[in-house]
Design a protein around this ligand. Structure first.
Ligand SMILES: [Zn+2]
Length: 588
């Protein structure tokens, strides 16, 4: 108690649900749940941890990472200013707090996101910290508990934040392989890249009462569909009804539920694990060895091969916004065009085996220079009628599940997978949300991190956020010179960070979404140059160059044992963490 009288708003707070004026201390005693109407107020990460873990058991994991502004991103404010303000207002170093603790005596590693910190957005540091928490769980052989609260990937870190969806997913895959339980607790709100990765690809998904979760946010869906959304859309009860969560839990029961779940797995004991435990030091050493084992053609010194034309030779640098328009050009070759020109003998396979066949994704077996491969790609079209029939290349959950089925089939048959990415993004419709769009994308990302067969991805046109990544967690990521690959569309970014959408050209430049930029950031391994004008002016020459580059990248992968392929692929995505970003990626 201080001598001065506390201001009224510190003593009282108004419930967002029923507008009751509540005594602050009483509200806190009730875990910030309104005693009148049951509204669950949002919690910061420190308070959440206090409510969940055994007193005295909390050990915070280090949260300091090198400063990272990999894109030198500026909207109306420079990104470092936004970070400084978020730190000052929350007292946190980043948007997640990670710790080890016991819950009812059961040890666990925890990562708790804090929505107050830049909307709980997933950037390189957040991804790195959650990955380290997962690795700590693996080293300690404990379960991992994730408490999510996020608007999605962090725009200011561009495609590097998109990569964090893969980085954290592969850490979760490692826990799956080790037989260790992963649990996510969805709290309000959980959207975008977080929903479409680690919030939904854990073993168990709990939703706190009042939580909303989805791939696309309600505002975006309303804008695109032009329709009012159904009552209770994307709420915890909606998610339960549509089979997307294991249970809905009131805040006062959450600790008890977690205790029961952790106890159940503990009874089984970690000894059931199919994968022998590796000492942390040796695991890291082995990764370092693997890095040297396969000469990476991505190293600048290893490039300049005459068979693999490089964009580096192109004299004029096109403006990012012009490239966006080029990537969306209706004349640009589509996946079916490339299946005809680059590959031979394509046999299309249909269906997700669960009730649908999505026209926005095509896939099947084909031959590349006589070798059988599985090709999976987004399909747009050249005319309006074709575009509408293909839903503009925006895949539904059924499309992602068809792709998943074909990836797994390829691995069983020993076929390499080649993906062709060209989508503005995953389908943001109402039924896509009902059918679990976030989880469908999340499962593809996770599966690609464990797929024991070579995977080559090519960004051929638009690489739109999570929908693109669902086909692009690969051993080698290639990109056509005039394609773009981004965490969010320039228009979407402009609408959020600038006064209005007309700032899309500025947003396009800030996002670093062009092939040369992404090559410098290491998101892309090789750029496939297009004929002097662009792909749509000379599709035959584009196909010729793509075919040569695909072969040059595929052949070395065929000799790599599957287990090493998977290790190298994970290493590829692990390096997008804040450690690497702290060293700067050498952008101009
Ligand atoms: Zn209330």
């Amino acid at each position: 108690m201080t001598a001065t009288a506390p201001r009224e708003e510190q003593l009282w707070s108004r419930c967002a649900g029923c507008a009751s004026l509540l005594y602050r201390k009483r509200l806190r005693r009730n875990l910030d749940v309104c005693p009148e109407c049951g509204e669950h107020a949002r919690l910061g990460a420190p308070e959440r941890l206090r409510q969940l873990v055994d007193p005295g058991s909390l050990r915070l994991l280090p949260d300091r990472l090198p400063e990272a502004d990999p894109l030198d991103f500026v909207d109306v404010l420079p990104y470092p200013h936004r970070l400084t303000a978020a730190r000052a207002s929350t007292g946190l170093a980043e948007g997640v707090v990670c710790a080890t603790a016991t819950i009812g005596g059961h040890p666990a590693a925890l990562a708790v996101m804090d929505f107050r910190f830049l909307g709980g957005s997933l950037g390189c540091a957040v991804g790195e910290l959650i990955t380290r928490a997962a690795e700590r769980a693996l080293d300690d052989r404990t379960p991992l508990v994730l408490i999510t609260a996020s608007g999605g990937a962090r725009m200011q870190e561009g495609a590097l934040s998109l990569m964090q969806m893969a980085t954290v997913s592969q850490a979760i895959a490692a826990l799956r392989e080790a037989g260790l339980l992963t649990v996510s607790v969805l709290t309000d709100p959980t959207y975008g890249g977080v929903a479409a990765s680690f919030a939904t690809n854990t073993d168990l998904v709990l939703a706190e009462s009042g939580a909303r979760m989805g791939f696309a946010g309600p505002r975006v869906i309303r804008q695109i569909t032009g329709r009012a959304l159904p009552e209770g859309f994307q709420t915890a009860d909606f998610l339960l009804r549509h089979g997307q969560v294991d249970m809905v839990v009131q805040r006062r029961s959450l600790r008890g539920r977690l205790m029961a779940l952790l106890a159940a797995t503990r009874a089984g004991g970690p000894a059931r694990s199919p994968v022998p435990r590796q000492e942390p030091a040796s695991r890291r050493e082995r990764l370092a060895d693997d890095g040297a084992a396969l000469a990476r053609p991505a190293d600048p010194a290893a490039e300049g091969d005459a068979d693999t034309p490089e964009a580096g030779d192109t004299p004029a640098v096109r403006d990012a916004w012009d490239t966006v328009r080029m990537a969306r050009h209706p004349g640009r070759p589509t996946t079916l065009d490339y299946l005809d020109s680059v590959f031979d003998g394509f046999v299309e396979l249909h269906g997700d085996r669960l009730g649908a066949d999505c026209p926005a994704i095509v896939g099947g077996v084909a031959r590349l220079a006589g070798r059988h491969v599985m090709v999976i790609g987004h399909q747009k079209g050249h005319t309006t009628a074709e575009l509408v029939a293909r839903n503009f290349g925006m895949a539904s959950p059924a499309g992602h599940r068809k792709a998943l089925r074909l990836m797994r089939l390829a691995a069983r048959l020993g076929l390499p997978v080649v993906t062709l990415v060209d989508t503005p993004g995953a389908d943001p419709g109402v039924s896509a949300e009902e059918q679990g769009q976030a989880a469908a994308i999340a499962e593809n990302i996770l599966t690609l991190t464990v797929l024991p067969t070579p995977v080559l991805a090519v960004i051929t046109g638009e690489g739109g956020s999570g929908g693109a990544l669902a086909l692009a967690v690969a051993d080698r990521v290639l990109m056509l010179e005039n394609a773009v690959y981004s965490v969010i569309s320039p228009e979407g970014c402009a609408a959020i960070l600038w006064p209005d959408r007309s700032a899309a050209p500025q947003a396009a430049r800030a996002l670093r979404l062009t092939a040369p930029d992404l090559r410098r950031l290491g998101v892309v391994d090789e750029v496939v140059s297009e004929p002097s004008s662009a792909a749509h002016d000379d599709p035959a020459e584009t196909a010729h160059r793509l075919r040569a580059t695909l072969l040059a990248n595929l052949l070395p992968l065929l000799d790599v044992p599957p287990a090493m392929l998977v290790r190298l692929r994970r290493q590829r995505f692990r390096r997008f963490g804040a450690n690497r970003v702290g060293a700067r990626a050498g952008l101009r």
